[in-house]
Design a protein around this ligand. Structure first.
Ligand SMILES: Cc1ncc(COP(=O)(O)O)c(C=O)c1O
Length: 461
């Protein structure tokens, strides 16, 4: 995979001899296989797929067994980890991939492929993420976080004077601040609307109709968050995209409304592809629900829309370099040019495929079902408690793994502290103007622990 040229002809610069030595690429290829242990992992995945016919060796990771899944994490056993998605703890195979690469980088960074252009290893990472998202590697830019992806997107989108960005009052700091910076830079109008009254009762019809009513001929961008991290509402992205398609059918192409999502709390919690989701741009990190390497993220865009994003940070690619040497604009897939350059914490970036493999060994559908069934238990249990108001919709189509509530007489910060200190439950206060108490069941938690969490909240008196 790594030795091949770019997977799409659009990425071939076709500009003659590369000014860069090919030795670096060949070395990277050898390094990639040795470092990430691809054949071994592939064999493991095949074992997982084979099901009960091939029982796991004693002590080995058995992706069918939730206890074994939990055992892959070094997360403290002293607590019930209901916020493990906030910043990932790495499962064993990710930790080991990181350790191997770190050792190699410490020994000889050039030999392992950390040259000016790390494109072979980057291609492996983009290919792995593209496989997960159901898209092409050329449409995936690598970043360090959702926040960086949003900044590159909203900072770089080419808009005509007067074209506006519509967002919601419910969105997170990362979106709001990226839009504020954009507005300060060039005056791009930014407008905020409410998408629902009571989040717990939010419906697809309500959200879609409020959005459609708010659109004006000047609205070019709809900047939203797929799963809200303050109340757990999951936006009906597909329905919004379908409504926009009707609106866009009546508009000139240059005026189409683009649906841009901060997707971080749906990515790897929900089991969808980019096509199924229906958005135009999707920003996420891998260091939440995928339990990927900390400091890794991506920006995906539909191929027809990527050219609208002007790169902000110089890219370290062969094409970028050749363009510079040749004194001209680089020719490459926009997502490649949109991947910020500079040397990175490569031991983390290059371990992303291992996180994808871990997730897929367990099974995407199983992960989602595990998260959703616990979220349902949690919401049901919390709702029965006097003085507790659950903000997250019951409807599984309107919610994912984030579960938020308020507890009468308790600030979220005090509740977070008490749950940790007295009940050994890790929940978090949401980082919003009016914070709520937030839980997130993941693959490291289970139904029995969820029941304990409900009892712990009941004991907040
Ligand atoms: C909705 C939302 N977007 C983005 C972020 C930041 O994520 P990242 O670290 O990937 O930038 C958070 C919280 O950490 C969040 O809740």
């Amino acid at each position: 995979m790594n030795a091949s040229p770019r997977p799409s002809p659009t990425t071939e610069p076709g500009t003659g001899r590369s000014a860069l030595s090919r030795r670096g690429f060949a070395t990277a290829v050898i390094g990639a296989t040795a470092v990430t242990g691809l054949p071994a992992a592939t064999a493991q995945a095949a074992t997982a797929r084979a099901g009960s016919a091939t029982p796991a060796a004693p002590g080995a990771f058995d992706p069918r067994d939730w206890t074994s899944v939990r055992d892959q994490f070094a997360l403290s056993r002293d607590y019930l980890q209901f916020s493990a998605y906030v910043l990932a703890s790495h499962p064993r195979q990710v930790r080991e991939a990181i350790d191997r690469t770190r050792d190699q980088l410490d020994a000889d960074p050039i030999a392992v492929g950390a040259g000016f252009v790390d494109e072979d290893r980057s291609l492996e990472v983009r290919t792995s993420l593209a496989g997960y998202l159901g898209c092409h590697a050329d449409h995936v830019a690598l970043t360090d976080s959702t926040t960086m992806s949003l900044a590159l997107l909203y900072g770089g989108l080419k808009l005509r004077p007067g074209q506006e960005i519509l967002t919601s009052e419910h969105d997170f700091y990362a979106t709001h601040q990226a839009l504020r910076l954009r507005n300060q830079r060039d005056g791009t109008p930014v407008r905020k609307i409410r998408l629902y009254g009571d989040p717990a009762r939010a419906t697809t019809d309500e959200i879609v109709s409020r959005i459609v009513r708010a659109l004006t001929p000047h609205t070019r961008v709809l900047a939203l968050t797929w799963v809200n991290s303050d109340n757990g509402v999951k936006l009906p992205a597909r329905a919004v995209a379908d409504a926009l398609r009707e609106v866009n059918a009546r508009r000139a192409r240059a005026d189409h409304v683009l649906l841009c999502l901060d997707g971080v709390h749906g990515f790897a919690a929900e089991n969808v592809t980019m096509e199924g989701l229906g958005c135009d741009f999707f920003a996420t990190s891998t260091h939440k629900w995928l339990h990927g390497p900390r400091g890794t993220g991506l920006l995906w865009g539909k191929p027809e829309h990527w050219p609208l994003v002007r790169p902000v940070i110089p890219n370290f690619s062969r094409e970028g370099y050749e363009g510079w040497v040749g004194g001209r604009d680089p020719v490459a897939a926009p997502a490649i040019l949109g991947t910020p350059g500079g040397y990175h914490s490569f031991e983390h970036r290059w371990a992303v495929p291992e996180a994808v493999r871990f997730h897929e060994m367990i099974g995407r559908a199983r992960v989602t079902a595990r998260i959703k069934s616990q979220a349902a238990l949690l919401k049901d249990g919390l709702r029965r408690l006097p003085g507790v108001r659950v903000l997250t919709p019951d409807d599984p189509s309107m919610s994912a793994g984030v579960v938020c509530c308020t507890v009468e007489g308790w600030t979220a910060a005090r509740a977070e502290h008490e749950l940790r200190a007295a009940h050994r439950v890790i929940a978090t206060e949401t980082p919003y103007a009016e914070p709520h108490l937030r839980f997130g069941p993941t693959v490291v938690t289970g139904p029995e622990q969820t029941a304990k969490v409900v009892r712990a909240v009941a004991a907040l008196r």
